[in-house]
Unconditional design. Structure first.
Ligand code: UD1
Ligand code: MG
Length: 446
């Protein structure tokens, strides 16, 4: 265990113009969570305090997204060293380690950062290095003969020989907080972009007689997102991770690449997920659940042994009890479906409580909304809702009660009663034959 306190500074002031978006780049989502929250989440996992996010003026949505952590404003974007300086006040008096992360690198893993801290020894700056072959825009890590880090040269400022080096700067740096800002003040902007480069802190620390070192990590974790294309690469990479994790935990994915998880999807053991299933955030699935093809689930809970789909939609607030069945083209929203209840075909169950063992017939609709308010439907345990019943909420169907098929139920139904609420059927013997004969005669006349 490392007992030195840790602060994290997340750089996120870049405009991200290549996203072509009205939304700040770091608020774009990967696996259902904004990139900035992925990064802040990694900082939290390390127990960092404080976490300071550097933003440009007007990025109020980013500030809101990272609360309760604070933001520091970088008024003009003069480079990564200048961005870190913006956090100076927020870190005044802090003397532990400072970790620098980028808000647009959502794939960085807390385990890697923890290892970086563990492997750190007496150096002033530890840089997370990645291996990238060929031409790349990354800064190159130039090692001294003793294997320590001598300096970082940005690709734009590098010589041809330096550009052939495959050890690159991921952007992640771990520094000694008591010296960070003094070193930053010594950095100038005499380079290709006339910017203050954070990477120059390595040469500055060396000049002051300190050692700097590299800890290596898989290049994948350092993927920076600058465009929608890169956003899709980040998504694909994270999905691969989430699918692998699910399978390691005992989930069968028949076609892993067609199942899309959210960053926080929780799935029990011996769950089978058929192809083409999408999880939004906030889903918890119990053991032995079957999720059949083409289902969409968000902010919902499914308990042990339930069967969902094919083609089911569980919307926010859906809670499906043990062994319950939710079948094809059934939508559940803000509703509790108790143990063993079934809604197998073509229904909308919204703002409702469905008791244990109740049977919801095909085509049942809860009319929960009158254009102004939402109203609740309560269906008792063991009730039998006939096909094509319309339940006009607020309304209650008692335990063990029946509703006749095709009923529009507007009044409460007592326990064990039958409600029939539909037009009475009239039968006219011979009417159809007479009708046909008349029509044919008229046609023959023409
Ligand atoms: C930086 C590194 C480079 C490294 C690469 C990894 C420097 C000088 N270069 O280059 O060595 O290989 O990242 O991806 O550090 N930002 C601000 N304010 C600024 C400038 C940047 O907040 O004034 C933020 C950006 O929003 C971004 C991060 O800092 O999150 C990195 O900035 P970026 O412009 O992408 O740096 P690179 O040129 O990619
Ligand atoms: Mg970049």
């Amino acid at each position: 265990m490392i007992d030195r306190p840790l602060a994290v500074i997340v750089l996120a002031a870049g405009r991200g113009t290549r996203m072509r978006s009205a939304v700040p780049k770091v608020l774009h989502k990967v696996a259902g969570r904004s990139m900035i929250c992925h990064v802040v989440g990694a900082a939290e996992a390390l127990g960092a305090d404080p976490v300071v996010v550097v933003v440009a003026p007007g990025m109020d949505d980013v500030a809101a997204a990272v609360r309760p952590h604070s933001v520091a404003i970088q008024h003009e974007q003069h480079g990564t060293a200048d961005a870190v300086k913006a956090a100076r006040d927020a870190l005044s008096g802090f003397a532990g380690d400072v970790l620098i992360l980028y808000g647009d690198c959502p794939l960085i893993q807390p385990e890697t950062l923890a290892r970086m801290r563990q492997e750190r020894r007496d150096e002033a700056v530890t840089v997370l290095g990645i291996r990238v072959r060929g031409t790349s825009p990354y800064g190159r890590l130039i090692l001294a003969e003793d294997g320590t880090l001598d300096r970082i040269v940005e690709a734009l400022d590098a010589t041809d020989a330096e550009r052939r080096i495959d050890l690159c700067n991921s952007g992640v740096m771990l520094l000694n907080g008591s010296r960070l800002f003094a070193l930053l003040d010594s950095i100038g902007n005499g380079n290709a972009k006339s910017e203050y480069y954070l990477t120059d802190i390595v040469a500055a620390a060396r000049a002051a007689g300190s050692i700097c070192r590299v800890v290596e990590a898989p290049a994948q974790e350092a993927l920076g997102v600058n465009s929608r294309a890169e956003l899709s690469v980040a998504e694909a990479t994270l999905q691969t991770r989430l699918r692998r994790k699910a399978m390691e935990n005992g989930v069968t994915l028949i076609d892993p690449k067609s199942v899309w998880f959210a960053f926080d999807t929780v799935i029990g053991q011996d769950v089978t997920i058929e192809p083409n299933v999408v999880f939004g955030p906030g889903v918890t699935i119990g053991d032995k659940v079957e999720i059949r093809a083409f289902s969409h689930i968000e902010k919902a809970t499914v308990e042990t042994g339930a069967i969902i789909g094919p083609y089911a939609r569980l919307r926010p607030g859906a809670s499906v009890g043990e062994g319950a069945h939710i079948g094809n083209f059934v939508e559940i929203k803000n509703a509790r479906i108790d143990k063993g209840a079934k809604a197998n075909h073509l229904s909308y169950i919204g703002d409702a409580d469905v008791g244990a063992g109740a049977n919801i017939g095909a085509g049942t609709i809860t009319c929960n909304y009158d254009g102004f308010g939402k109203f609740r439907t309560r269906i008792g345990a063991g009730a039998f809702i006939g096909s094509d019943t319309t339940l006009v909420a607020p309304v209650k169907v008692g335990a063990g009660a029946f509703t006749a098929a095709g009923s529009t139920v507007t009044e409460d139904v007592p326990d064990d009663a039958l409600a029939i609420a539909r037009g009475r059927q009239a039968v006219k013997p011979g009417w159809a034959a007479e009708f046909r004969a008349k029509q044919r005669a008229a046609k023959n006349k023409e």
